[in-house]
Write a protein that binds this ligand. Sequence first.
Ligand SMILES: Cc1ncc(COP(=O)(O)O)c(C=O)c1O
Length: 386
Amino acid sequence: MSPDVPPVPPEFATTSSGRLTIVRGEGARLFDAAGRAYIDLGATHGVGNLGANPPEVVRAVERQMRELVHLGSGYANPVRTAFLERLLALLPPSFGSVFLSNSGTEAVEAAIKVARSVTGRPKVVAAMRGFHGRTMGSLSATWRREFREPFEPLVPGFVHVPYNDAAALDAAVDASTALVLLEPVQGEGGVHVASEAFLRAARAACDRTGALLAFDEVQCGLGRTGRLFAFERWGVVPDLLLLAKSLAGGLPIGATVIGREFVPRFRGSHHSTFGGSPLVCAAGLAALDQLVRDRLPERADRLGAVGLERLGSLPRERVREVRGLGLMIGVEFREKVGPILAGLESRGFLAIPAGATVLRLLPPLVITDAEWEAGLKAIEEVVAGG
Ligand SMILES: Cc1ncc(COP(=O)(O)O)c(C=O)c1O
């Protein structure tokens, strides 16, 4: 390739040659073609809360493949009903309906449409450093300039306030606001945990103006922060809850959970052909069962506390800050994180960045104590080594 031809981003590549090739997974381990094991400290971008191909999800999918793979939302299906009932039973009674789709960004798009339709208002208030997806609506709520600029003009009506600035949020929410959209813990933006004052201010501002409050728990939900849903930490209940990533144990899913009072006020239509297929619902049901039965949120709480304490002792000359909640941890370096990731990979540990300087740890919640210990030790060694 000539040097002035820009490299093809991996998402558009026709081949993955030259990059680490992974062919198999089991629990927190991923294996390359030669059989070398890597411990996955990034849960394949937060999808693998239950690890790679969780056996109970695999069995449920195998069974459902033989029964019925796909069915339009116009027909009832017992597996879909069981999954929706299970999900709603785990949530406060104010939630009454779920729109099922195929990804996090679709869950966000549906929230924007519900809020605009229900309120008849245009404005969406989101947070600086927030990430909500890459389709045009969710991208308009996403903060980072590099993600947005090449695709402008985006959807009008979106404003951003500083994360954890309760006064700025309160000032931004007015009679034209349809939706306040926030991550209780920001992931892509560098792992920042919301303050209780900020989330309470968001709830109060929505109550004051009639705007809807949506929590985007696509990354921080489903046990990751040490609670089944992150909002339980603060006791602030949103009107819309957005889930995706690990909800179906690795199969593509998005869910927009909607407060029961809003559904009758929805005008217009919304739909997604593949959303809520019996196959994905069977996977989702098995995944929720395992998450709850094996008390994985508690496990995330315990292992996360160990991790935060250990990583908190990393040398301050290289590490600016360590922050997080449960097994969602960010280590902010005073330097670029690329070499740290490369050092970890060479030792057999895969992790992901959040921006240029933050090492993001989202290990599967089923990671064993020994694997987590090995991961923490590898980080300490890489940071000490160069
Ligand atoms: C908080 C949050 N919202 C939305 C999304 C978009 O999800 P998806 O990539 O499934 O569209 C992500 C993806 O990382 C996310 O972290």
